[in-house]
Ligand binder design. Structure first.
Ligand SMILES: Cc1cc2nc3c(=O)[nH]c(=O)nc-3n(C[C@H](O)[C@H](O)[C@H](O)COP(=O)(O)OP(=O)(O)OC[C@H]3O[C@@H](n4cnc5c(N)ncnc54)[C@H](O)[C@@H]3O)c2cc1C
Length: 390
């Protein structure tokens, strides 16, 4: 470890959202002298980690490395929850629903469910295939047609993103990490293996730098990323608790086209009278600073007509809340985590493409291992910038 001036650190982490706070926590845990900087005060509602819940699952049709990251993340969360006596993740089980006769497509891959099953077989994860009749009997609040089938994952759950980030930052403070909030980083430079970081409030140096700036990575990194506005909706339910996590699992409904894609998130709290719903869109790009944050009535109407009326029961058409969030994507829908092309002391990690949260604790651990020891237990090479991602 280095012994420089008070403004010199072993590692500086820029961006303290889901990934950055996880990396800072792991670095601090290993005794490194570390600084974390964020332009806001996470957990906040301006990045990609707000909205009360995130689906977690171990069945990852995206590939083996995702299964490794998801399993490791759940293990880290279990440890954190046990040592701090906090709830940050709850097991609910989860269903992927898809048309039977057609190769389902999601996250850039065709045949997503077959790949998820293959990953489950390789990692000995439990799963179950269900017919339309079995889905109807287990999930009577859904309207399913006979050509639908489902892959059920008992290990699925919901994570609480704001609670995870707050807990990681709390632990960073306890372990001696320095944290500067509401301090935007304006500039960084790699000079003779020393990193110089300039924020609106100060200048710092480090041996290593981790850029975990989420949707703002597009400002700091010379690569082509796409930021898409997505909306989360909370609709009132007819009865209290029907979609609460102890009674209802998550549902990822892969339709025949992108328009059919739809997700149901269980809500926390047995007395909740809402259910959270989402679609995804990949047609209009944006920037996190200029994102339209208000949700228009026609967007709410679309959710009602396209998804609630045809597919759900027990849900009213009263939308009690709707908020925007950003997905940051590479063209192949896979993560990008790599050294900076011009400076090997800088690592960037983002592009978590709408399915990153369930992997963030393990990504943070791998980033910390790489920064301190030059290698990580889980190989992040599949996320290299050099792969073909358009
Ligand atoms: C609506 C929605 C639903 C999702 N659902 C799921 C799900 O069900 N399951 C799942 O696994 N994943 C899901 N995801 C994806 C997951 O939530 C994200 O991939 C993950 O939270 C992103 O974390 P991050 O650390 O990359 O970004 P963020 O948490 O946004 O953190 C980036 C941080 O960098 C800071 N920053 C940026 N620029 C600067 C700067 N110049 N100086 C200082 N700080 C800076 C920002 O203020 C911010 O705090 C979803 C995402 C969205 C938007």
């Amino acid at each position: 470890m280095s012994s420089h001036t008070t403004n010199h650190f072993d590692v500086i982490v820029v961006g303290l959202g889901a990934i950055g706070s996880a990396a800072l926590y792991q670095l601090a845990k290993q005794g490194a002298r570390v600084l974390g900087i964020d332009q806001y005060a996470p957990p906040h509602t301006l990045g990609s980690s707000h909205g009360k819940t995130r689906i977690s699952r171990l069945l990852t049709g995206e590939g083996d490395v995702y299964a490794q990251l998801a399993q490791r993340t759940q293990a880290i969360w279990r440890d954190m929850a046990a040592t701090t006596n906090r709830t940050i993740h709850q097991q609910t089980g989860g269903y992927f629903i898809a048309p039977q006769q057609q190769a389902d497509k999601w996250h850039g891959d065709s045949g997503y469910l077959a790949q998820a099953q293959a990953v489950a077989d390789r990692y000995q994860l439990a799963y179950e295939w269900l017919s339309a009749a079995q889905i109807s009997s287990r999930l009577p609040l859904l309207n399913v047609t006979s050509h639908i089938h489902a892959l059920y994952e008992p290990s699925g759950g919901v994570a609480l993103p704001e609670a995870v980030i707050a807990l990681q930052l709390q632990e960073c403070g306890r372990l001696g990490a320095q944290v500067r909030l509401n301090e935007a980083v304006k500039y960084y430079k790699c000079d003779k293996k020393m990193l110089h970081v300039t924020s609106k409030a100060g200048s710092y140096t480090a041996d290593r730098l981790i850029l975990a700036t989420g949707a703002w990575l597009t400002d700091l990194l010379p690569t082509r990323l796409h930021v898409y506005r997505q909306i989360m909706y909370w609709f009132e339910t007819e009865e209290a608790g029907t979609f609460s996590a102890d009674r209802f699992p998550w549902v990822i409904w892969l339709g025949e086209t992108q328009r059919d894609f739809f997700t149901i998130f269980p809500t926390l709290g047995a007395d909740s009278r809402t259910v959270k719903l989402m679609t995804e869109q990949y047609t209009t790009t944006t920037h996190p600073d200029t994102l339209t944050r208000t949700v228009a009535q026609h967007e709410i109407d679309y959710m009602i007509e396209q998804h609630i009326r045809p597919k759900m029961r027990g849900v009213t058409t009263c939308c009690v809340e709707a908020i925007a969030c950003t997905y940051t994507m590479a063209s192949d829908h896979h993560f990008i985590i790599d050294q900076h092309p011009d400076c090997e002391q800088i690592t960037f990690a983002a592009c978590c493409s709408g399915h990153g949260f369930k992997h963030t604790a393990a990504i943070g651990e791998a980033l910390a291992q790489q920064a301190l020891h030059g290698r990580s237990d889980i190989d992040l090479a599949p996320f290299s910038l050099a792969r073909r991602h358009g």
